[in-house]
Design a binder for this molecule. Sequence first.
Ligand code: C2E
Ligand code: SIN
Ligand code: SIN
Ligand code: FE
Ligand code: FE
Length: 378
Amino acid sequence: MHELQDLEVKLKDDLTPEQMLHIIFHYISLIAPEKDLDHILLYMADMGRELILADRCTLWLHDKENNLLWTKVAHGVKALTMPAEAGLAGFALKNNQSIFIEDAYKDARFNPEVDLQTGYRTKSVLVIPIQNQQGENMGVYQAINKMTLAGVFSSQDIDLLTLAASYSGKALEAAILNKEIEQTQKEIIYLMGEIGESRSKETGNHVKRVAEYSKVLALRLGLSPVEAELIKTASPMHDIGKVAIPDSILKKPGKLTDEEFALMQAHTKIGFELLKKSNRQLLKSAAIISHQHHEKWNGTGYPQGLKGEEIHIYGRITAVADVFDALASDRCYKKAWEIDRVINLFKEERGVQFDPQLIDAFMDCLEEILALKEEYAD
Ligand code: C2E
Ligand code: SIN
Ligand code: SIN
Ligand code: FE
Ligand code: FE
């Protein structure tokens, strides 16, 4: 809660034009090269706040698909969302109109919901819609609680925020597009993994579980959260090459002949050939995983017979996740094993089929992995 004395302590003098320019140049130099949308939103919020001496400033973006306004208020914190028609932000967006208000609680358009969520007390408000290069509204800049003696926003503040938005517009739009493309890639990868899975009639959630286990193992090994997320997104593609394997082999209820198994093994190379052409990091990672998930630590795996750390860490991770799930689930050619039997095999194969540090990581995370197995049970 911001009581009056609280506000007085924070009161500021209006900025000189030199100070304003300094703020704009400072933030534009940060924003222009930035590719990450969340970072841009936070920089723009800071720039707006400093420029017009607001206590808080938020850049809300319009998510047309879900008809929401959303924003980031801090790193690592989940996005804040509200319906696209809600409150002053929604009003400004819909009517393409700036709004100033001296006391939000005296204005019927104000939606106190966000204050309830954040525990903050809104008084003066300024909201301006912002446009993309085509002149379509893409969101609003919202400033709350002017920190000068006057206590209300002015028309100069509108000009300043508009200027700040237009300077950041190109970087902002590029980052929005970038995020959209990444999201689309993730969906396509996941869908392709599901296609591979449905062709081979593997149990319903196999690719989902392999993805979840791989992420847990990656984090346990000390890979960064970003890389763990990359592995989680790419690992559902490990068996995509099975789309090229005939049903007579793929769905054979019994044991494969040597000849059939040799054909089956080609799913690793086929997947790699499909995916390697892309320059995208995600598809490159998926290509590695597809290629190397049947390599073995002692060099007896396929298709290349790689040994130890010659096998990419992504391949070593997915191998453990995939075999665990294959053993612990029913297959057209076998019944699910008891967990203890799987664990015994993993202990025997530590440093033989599997990277010893991965088996250690697996044992350390066993509880979490079993919980995920439950959560994504078929
Ligand atoms: P998958 O069913 O996803 O199995 C993945 C891996 O889990 C296997 O790779 C193997 O390392 C491990 N695994 C699965 N079941 C067993 C088992 O009973 N014992 C042991 N020790 N390990 C097991 P692998 O062997 O390279 O097989 C690759 C794929 O080939 C399998 O993927 C499956 O689609 C197919 N496949 C393998 N053997 C047979 C079979 O006997 N009959 C049929 N129809 N398909 C098979
Ligand atoms: C903020 O107070 O800055 C975020 C929530 C709101 O827009 O009221
Ligand atoms: C708005 O004021 O329109 C958005 C934030 C809120 O609803 O409190
Ligand atoms: Fe495979
Ligand atoms: Fe698999």
